[in-house]
Design a binder for this molecule. Structure first.
Ligand code: PGA
Length: 257
C-alpha cells in the first residue's frame, strides 16, 4: 500500500481581488521554488482568479476552487459546474466549508451532491467538517463530525483515480489565531477514519483518502499537526494570504515528512 504525501491547501476565501490574487500567486511561486515534491501544495483562489492564477503556477503547486455546484449544466443562475473548474485547471475543490454552511445555507444533503459531482468530474473534494462552539460545549463534537462525514459520503465509492480529502476544521477556532491541541486533531482524525471505514476499504483509505487539520494553522504550530502519523496535512486560511507565511508552512511540512 502506498502512503500518500502530506498536503498543504491554501484557502484564500473572499479576501483577494483578481489583481491581488495574481500578485500573491507570483510571490508564492518565487518563495516556494520547485522542490523535491515532498509535499503536495494547493492554492484555492476565488472563481474569478482561477485561470490567471493557474497560468502562473509551477508544476509543484496545484489549483483548487472554494466551491462547486452539483449539476454539470442547466438553468442554475450563478452556479459553477465541476467541468468549468477542470476546464480552468482545477484539480481540487473545497466542499462544505463551515462558512458556506453558516452563511449560504449549505446542508449535508447539498454537500453530498456536490461531493459526488466533484468526484464524477475527477476533482478531488476537500470535504470540510467540524463542530461549532455550542456543539462542542454540549459534548456533541464527535457526533456532529460523524454525521457530517456519513451524510457527505453517502453512496460514494472511490473508483479509478478518484481521491478524497477530509478536513477537520473546528468552527470555533477558524480565524482566531488559536489552533486546537494536536491531541484534539488526532482524536478527530481517528473518528473520521472509523466513520469512513464502513464505505472505504483499508487499502483504498491508505491510497486515496487524506485527513487534514484546519483552523488557525500558522508557521509556528503547523508541525504539531504534520508530524503526527494520523494527520495528512493542513488547510490554511489566514496564513495562506502572505507568500512568506505560506512558504514557511510548506517548508515545515516538507521537513516533517
Ligand atoms: P484559518 O482558516 O486558517 O484562517 O483559521 C481556515 C479555514 O477556514 O479553512
Amino acid at each position: 500500500m502506498k502512503k500518500q504525501k502530506k498536503i498543504v491547501i491554501g484557502n484564500w476565501k473572499m479576501q483577494l481581488t483578481l489583481r491581488e490574487s495574481v500578485v500573491l500567486a507570483k510571490d508564492i511561486v518565487k518563495k516556494i521554488p520547485e522542490r523535491k515534491r515532498g509535499t503536495d501544495v494547493v492554492v484555492c483562489p476565488s472563481f474569478t482568479a482561477l485561470p490567471s492564477v493557474h497560468s502562473l503556477l509551477t508544476a509543484d503547486i496545484t489549483l483548487g476552487a472554494q466551491d462547486v455546484f452539483w449539476s454539470e449544466s442547466g438553468a442554475y443562475t450563478g452556479a459553477i459546474a465541476p467541468r468549468f473548474l477542470t476546464e480552468v485547471g482545477c484539480r481540487y475543490v473545497i466542499i462544505g466549508h463551515s462558512e458556506r454552511r453558516q452563511y449560504c445555507g449549505e446542508t449535508d444533503a447539498m454537500v453530498q451532491k456536490k461531493l459526488a459531482a466533484a468526484l464524477h468530474a475527477e476533482l478531488t473534494p476537500v470535504l470540510c467538517v467540524g463542530e461549532n462552539a455550542e456543539e462542542r460545549r454540549n459534548g456533541q463534537k464527535d457526533y456532529v463530525v460523524m454525521r457530517q462525514v456519513t451524510e457527505a459520503i453517502r453512496g460514494v465509492t472511490l473508483v479509478g483515480k478518484q481521491a478524497l480529502i477530509i478536513a477537520y476544521e473546528p468552527v470555533w477556532v477558524i480565524g482566531t489565531g488559536q489552533a486546537v491541541p494536536r491531541e484534539d486533531a488526532e482524536h478527530m482524525a481517528h473518528v473520521i477514519r472509523h466513520t469512513i471505514a464502513d464505505v472505504v476499504p483499508p487499502a483504498t483509505m491508505e491510497e486515496r483518502c487524506r485527513i487534514v487539520y484546519g483552523g488557525s494553522v500558522d508557521g509556528k504550530n503547523v508541525t504539531q499537526f504534520t508530524q503526527s502519523s494520523v494527520i495528512d496535512g493542513v488547510l490554511v486560511g489566514g496564513a495562506s494570504l502572505k507568500a512568506q507565511s505560506f512558504a514557511t508552512i510548506v517548508g515545515a511540512v516538507d521537513r516533517a515528512v
